[in-house]
Design a protein. Structure first.
Length: 137
């Protein structure tokens, strides 16, 4: 199974305040443990919402709103994509993350088999081709 670990934004992350050298080093050690455990597929921090945008699709209308956005529990400051046998395994690993404060959210990523018959063999083949092309740049 694959999981996305979503790091929630804080006042500091939205202000563009970067971690200290010590905090970067601690996160590097934590990420190294995840890699050694064979769990980490990706992990990145995100720029503040002041450098982002939202696109709202409603009734065939498209509306673009540029950041910054009001600080809320919905904002994301970073993420990991992890492989694990269970949600509990991810929880146990992430409880050791070197955050002095803040919040993370863990969500399972859908796999092709989760979609049942709606994902026809043709659609599955298309998805696999696209993933292969994306992986090769």
């Amino acid at each position: 199974m694959r999981f996305m670990v979503i790091v929630k934004a804080t006042k500091d992350s939205e202000a563009g305040i970067l971690p200290s050298t010590e905090e970067f080093a601690a996160m590097g050690r934590f990420n190294e443990e995840l890699v050694k455990a064979g769990m980490m597929e990706a992990g990145e921090g995100l720029h503040p919402t002041a450098k982002g945008a939202r696109i709202d699709f409603s009734d065939d209308q498209v509306q673009v709103t540029r950041g910054p956005f009001e600080l809320s529990r919905d904002l994301t400051a970073g993420f990991w994509i992890l492989k694990a046998m269970s949600l509990d395994e991810v929880i146990e690993q992430m409880k050791r993350a070197p955050f002095p404060s803040g919040e993370i959210e863990i969500r399972q990523v859908y796999a092709a088999e989760d979609f049942g018959e709606a994902l026809t063999p043709e659609l599955r083949a298309q998805e696999e081709r696209l993933r292969a092309r994306a992986a090769n740049g």
